[in-house]
Design a protein around this ligand. Structure first.
Ligand code: ADP
Length: 489
């Protein structure tokens, strides 16, 4: 990605397969083609100069000789240009298939998927699919290569024949006494050199044409409209107002509406819990709050200012989010916490504080190199953690964000045992007394202490209130609560 720093794509674009195709194509070739283009331009200039001087000499022998020279080289050039166009179309057609191939490779070779692949016996299934794609790509490629090389050979032969005909002509002129031996040698040389300069020129031109085709991929990618980050506000118009959603609806690009007219108000120091079935829109709501997406209708205000008017950096500094699918970086433990705040990425004292709040301190200390223990299996001496331990790391990461006054935990404790979860939340509340906290959990033992509970169903808020109020309403919340309580009896 370092090549494309100019184009920062939005999350929505990253969920679009066409963008991936463009990206794959741009990544594949764009790093070598520009340099190739420059080299070929120089080669073209150099050979054009030689060709000019040889041409002047050759015209003295006969202008027709010049024509023969061109006629010999042109067919190969035309066929090259034609086939490079075809090769390029093949390359474009391949990119979704190549991406599938890359994906299968990853699934088959990555430690995080291999467990399931092995247990479900998916190797041969995936390998078979991989082979099928490979064979298909290979067949297409072979067909093109055979045709390209076949024509190249035949037309090249034609060029060689013209070349020898010209040789014969020069020799015949000498035999007939119209040229001296010295001149003959010179013209033979000039003809030979002229031909190689001409074919070098033509192949530089067709190469430049080809490079240009591939570069068009890069331009196509770079021309993707990037959602303008126009917001500049670093403070809201009414500080302390907190977070407000006003009649917010949202549809993912190209999808149906998944949130319908959601409104809520959260003031600093308050905690909010979201409850609802899978797919009811809880995570989507969080994505909107963190401006990973913008509402399709309605608006979201932080301290009285629309999120869209906030400066992106200022806004992100105020929000700390741990998603259920948080990233498990293959980095030392300490840095896995440090990523929570780039300003304190390698601040060991801050790591330790955060780990204490997130209850990760104990097990980190027991690891072979403490906070410097490498995590993950990709690198030497990498240690693997249990799901619950990883979640403690993720939680501690949230505590790294000292300046964040909105903390969001999207089911980050599901892999912990209930006792650990209860303790985590007791601490969480303690450390976030004047912050706004938003919590998604399926455990009512955790949810019940939130000051505001929203029950979501199919993208709508169907009930809201405190635990006591919701129980008194005897609606969906009360029903789900009783169901879970029964499970524990
Ligand atoms: P929850 O967090 O409550 O389980 P989500 O907010 O993840 O629910 O999902 C709400 C709805 O949005 C679901 O119907 C899901 O299919 C859809 N959805 C979630 N993520 C995406 C996405 N990236 N693109 C399109 N649709 C999505």
């Amino acid at each position: 990605m370092s090549n494309f720093r100019g184009a920062v794509q939005s999350l929505a674009q990253f969920e679009d397969s066409e963008l991936y195709d463009k990206l794959t194509r741009a990544r594949r070739e764009a790093s070598t083609r520009p340099l190739g283009l420059v080299n070929k331009t120089f080669s073209l200039l150099q050979n054009a100069i030689s060709l000019g001087s040889f041409g002047v000499l050759l015209v003295q022998f006969s202008p027709w000789a010049l024509l023969v020279l061109v006629a010999g080289a042109l067919p190969v050039f035309i066929s090259e240009a034609r086939f490079s166009g075809e090769a390029f179309r093949l390359f474009r057609w391949r990119s979704p298939h190549s991406r599938m191939q890359m994906y299968l490779e990853t699934v088959l070779a990555r430690e995080d998927s291999i467990k399931e692949v092995k247990l479900f016996g998916l190797e041969s299934l995936f390998l078979q699919r991989y082979r099928a794609i490979f064979n298909r790509l290979f067949t297409e490629e072979r067909r093109l290569t055979l045709r390209r090389e076949g024509w190249g050979f035949a037309l090249g032969l034609l060029g060689t024949l013209t070349f020898y005909a010209a040789y014969g002509w020069v020799v015949a002129e000498t035999v007939m006494g119209r040229l001296t031996l010295g001149k003959m040698t010179m013209y033979l040389m000039v003809f030979k050199q002229g031909q190689s300069a001409l074919s070098a020129c033509l192949s530089a031109i067709s190469g430049m044409y080809e490079d240009n085709l591939y570069l068009s991929n890069l331009y196509e990618y770079l021309e993707q409209p990037v959602e303008a980050d126009t917001g500049t506000q670093t403070r809201g118009v009414s500080p302390g107002d907190g977070l407000r959603l006003e009649d917010v609806s949202f549809a993912y690009p190209g999808g149906r509406e998944v949130l319908h007219g959601v409104s809520l108000h959260l003031v600093p120091g308050q905690s909010l819990a979201l409850v609802g079935e899978n797919g009811s829109g809880k995570t989507t709501l969080i994505k909107l709050l963190t401006r990973l997406y913008s509402p399709t209708r309605g608006r979201i205000l932080l301290d009285g200012t629309d999120l869209r008017d906030w400066d992106a950096v200022a806004l992100r500094e105020r929000v700390g989010v741990i998603f259920q699918d948080f990233v498990r970086y293959q980095l030392p433990v300490g840095e896995n916490l440090g990523v929570g705040d780039t300003h304190a990425f390698d601040d060991e004292a801050r790591w330790e504080d955060a780990a204490r709040y997130g209850m990760a301190d104990d097990f980190i200390r027991q690891m072979p190199s403490g906070y410097h223990t490498q995590l993950g299996r990709w690198f030497k001496n990498g240690q693997e953690l249990s799901g619950g331990q990883w979640q403690k790391i993720a939680l501690s990461r949230a505590y790294m964000r000292e300046n964040a006054d909105i903390l969001v935990l999207d089911e980050p404790t599901a892999a912990m045992d209930p006792a650990a979860e209860a303790e985590v939340f007791a601490r969480f509340r303690e450390h976030s007394r004047d912050r706004m906290t938003i919590l998604i959990s399926h455990r009512f033992s955790t949810v019940r202490s939130a000051e505001q509970i929203l029950v979501m169903d199919s993208g709508r808020i169907i009930e809201r209130g405190t635990h006591a109020e919701l129980l008194a309403q005897n609606g969906r919340y009360a029903q789900l609560f009783r169901l879970q309580a029964k499970g524990y009896e």
